[in-house]
Design a binder for this molecule. Structure first.
Ligand code: B82
Length: 318
């Protein structure tokens, strides 16, 4: 019998420390009005002591507790992140060890803000080829990459993690998937430090996150929308869970898709851009609010887009 992945639980973890726009404006040349009118962001969570692996471990623990799952029964752990603690070990291996998921395959997946969509599609293929149960998490501590003196980027991002438990079932949750990339535009959104930028003779600490705002803005409103139009023309969609980068991007995308804005839930006011974590945080909140009930009646599109450039759409039946 064929088996498919079913999302059986969702969870999120945000570090305690909240930094509002007014907090930033106390020491940075910016204002609540400037940030809110251009981005829709009011506050973000910024981790202090915790690193990406700590945020992701909390999510994994919550997922296991929700379904009373024995960690030793997990077959895989995939973490989508662009801000891992280390290049190696992976965040996923750190999580695996801490929760005691002995024997589970574990690896990180780097696709920036499209990471969760890429990771969920990857996990689905593991289940379709025989694995039974695993965890997919998007988790970021982008705050450690930011140049806190650059007000054009520092105000945009926040830390957080969220994920899902995926279990084998005879009915699929993921109906269709399209994953895409364009490496010719890889310079337009870069996270991490180039080795040549961190040589001992360098005086200033470099920015670990740079973006060509206008370039990626156009990418979102042209390339991502074009694929979405083709992806969604076959059937009516109930909800669109988009990567939360900017309120105005989402509003313009909704207009281009000729869909009411109510179908595009947003939470970036509270979290800023959490990169790979933004879609699963939103998903977990909607489940908590009862707006997604896992009764098999809702068509939900997940759309991730960002650095790579990488982007992708998943159609879920939840
Ligand atoms: S912006 O360049 O400052 N701008 C657009 C011209 C102001 C409205 C800007 C800002 Br502020 C915030 C986000 C973006 C943006 O385009 N973001 C993205 C687009 C595509 C993929 C990912 C992102 C992202 O920020 O994660 C532009």
């Amino acid at each position: 019998m064929n088996q498919y992945g079913k999302i059986s639980a969702t969870a999120r973890y945000l570090p305690d420390n909240i930094v509002t726009n007014d907090d930033l404006a106390q020491w940075m040349d910016t204002s609540d009005e400037w940030i809110q009118s251009r981005t829709g962001i009011k506050q973000r969570h910024i981790a202090k002591e915790e690193n990406t692996s700590d945020l992701c471990t909390e999510v994994a623990r919550k997922l296991l507790a929700k379904k009373q799952i024995d960690p030793a029964s997990l077959d895989f752990i995939i973490v989508a992140t662009m801000s891992p603690d280390y290049s190696s070990p992976s965040v996923a291996c750190q999580v695996q060890g801490r929760i005691g998921a002995h024997g589970a395959m574990a690896f990180d997946l780097a696709a920036a803000c499209a990471g969760f969509v890429y990771a969920l599609a990857t996990a689905e293929n593991f289940i379709r080829t025989g694995l039974k149960c695993g965890i997919v998490i998007g988790g970021e501590k982008t705050s450690k990459l930011l140049d806190w003196e650059d007000r054009s980027t520092a105000v945009l991002f926040g830390d957080g993690a969220a994920g899902v438990l995926l279990e084998a079932d005879d009915k699929p949750s993921i109906i269709r998937q399209v994953l895409r990339a364009d490496g010719e535009r890889s310079d337009s959104l870069v996270a991490g430090f180039r080795p040549t930028q961190t040589h001992y003779y360098q005086e200033e600490s470099p920015a670990g996150l740079t973006m060509d705002g206008r370039g990626i803005w156009n990418f979102a409103l042209n390339d991502v929308v074009k694929d979405l139009q083709a992806f969604t023309e076959e059937e009516p969609i109930d909800l669109y869970l988009f990567h939360q980068a900017n309120r105005r991007i989402i509003e313009k995308m909704a207009k281009k898709l000729k869909e009411p804005i109510e179908k595009f839930p947003m939470n970036l006011a509270n979290y800023g851009n959490t990169s790979a974590a933004s879609i699963p945080i939103l998903l977990d909140e909607l489940v908590e609010e009862g707006k997604i009930q896992f009764d098999g009646t809702q068509k939900v599109v997940l759309t991730g887009y960002g650095g790579g450039l990488a982007w992708g759409n998943l159609l879920l039946e939840l």
